[in-house]
Design a protein around this ligand. Structure first.
Ligand code: FE
Length: 350
């Protein structure tokens, strides 16, 4: 054998040994492949606790929601993904429509997670489960307005608020879901009128995230803004002097307390259509619904637990107080977002 062929043989044998040993590792160690769009550092403890109690190691791939959905589609049946975590009902609905999940039947999940927060319900179980909720609240300049001026989503479109409203892009899923909820409550004609009113009231063209809208209120550029509750709570808990000063300037209202309740959205989990570690995946979803995990969502990331019995001691959430939440099925809200996007194009909501 010439030296080149020997080297080649050597490389082949090395490869075979490597394959064999990785197979052995797999046989000993239970793993779970997680595709996550949750962008919160505090989730580390959530995952570590699961590994500690079950011995199942988590391989995590993080990307934004759109990136995860595109990747799952591209990978098809060869995808290593077992569990998918997405933020927002609109995106979970999208994943369900694209056939990226599989139904899960679990007595634990059905007992712990209210039906309102389960999506893609089939006789074989739900395709996804909400694990935490967030309210879409109104933040306003308390020097300029009284709560009664801004205590419903409807009022944000009233002529009295002309030039006052700051809001992120209408096409962002947080807004698409809010508007999808409005479509459920108001019907198509009134929803489109309302969206037109929001555009007419804008203080500036939509830009930035929810926190930028809150800062806009604090700086005086806007009189009123829309934000997810956890961004508000994060600012309220911040020790930075500029955040403390900002928190002094704005007040928060949970809209529509005297009608259908404040719009709430979810962050949720699904088992991937082609999961190779299905049992571990279901086990992880059940873990997310446990009181321990539910408290991580609340205390670590300022979200609301989806399980009613999981009490939170988060000081910001406690000070924001209890509120009446809407009860529309969150899957229906997700389904409405396609129609809403067309309305946004018509009314020029960027
Ligand atoms: Fe967010």
């Amino acid at each position: 054998m010439n030296p080149q062929a020997l080297r080649h043989l050597g490389a082949l044998m090395f490869g075979a040994v490597a394959v064999l040993s990785s197979t052995l590792v797999q046989a000993q160690e239970k793993v779970l492949n997680l595709y996550s769009a949750r962008h919160y550092q505090t989730d580390e403890a959530l995952y570590a606790n699961f590994t500690q109690t079950t011995g199942i190691r988590i391989n995590r791939i993080e990307a934004d929601d759109a990136g995860i959905l595109a990747r799952l589609k591209a990978e098809g049946s060869g995808s290593p993904a077992d569990v998918i975590l997405l933020v927002d009902a609109a995106r979970l609905w999208r994943g369900e429509q694209d056939g990226l999940f599989q139904p899960v039947r679990s007595a634990v999940l059905e007992q712990r997670i209210p039906a309102q927060f389960r999506g893609g319900v089939t006789p074989q179980g739900a395709q996804w489960f909400g694990m935490s909720t967030r309210a879409r609240v109104v933040v306003y300049d308390k020097a300029r307005f009284k709560p009664a001026d801004v205590d419903s989503y409807d009022k944000l479109a009233a002529p009295a608020l002309k030039g006052q409203l700051c809001v992120r892009s209408g096409s962002h899923p947080y807004n698409l879901s809010l508007f999808g909820s409005m479509l459920e409550h108001l019907g198509p004609q009134r929803t489109e009128e309302w969206l037109k009113g929001l555009v007419a009231n804008m203080a500036r063209a939509p830009k930035g995230g929810d926190t930028d809208q809150i800062r806009g209120v604090a700086s005086g550029e806007c009189g009123v803004a829309l934000s997810n509750s956890y961004y508000v709570a994060r600012l309220m808990r911040s020790n930075k002097p500029e955040d403390k000063a900002a928190s002094e300037r704005f007040a928060v209202v949970f809209p529509n307390q005297s009608s259908w309740g404040t719009h709430i959205n979810i962050a949720g989990a699904a088992v991937a259509r082609h999961a190779k570690n299905r049992d571990a995946a279901v086990q992880f979803l059940e873990y997310l619904s446990s009181d321990t995990a539910q408290r991580y969502f609340a205390d670590g990331n300022n979200e609301y637990p989806v399980v009613a019995s999981a009490a939170t001691e988060n000081p910001a959430l406690v000070s924001l107080g209890r509120f009446k939440a809407e009860t529309v099925p969150i899957g229906q809200v997700g389904a409405n977002t396609a129609a809403v996007q067309q309305m946004l194009d018509r009314v020029g909501f960027k």
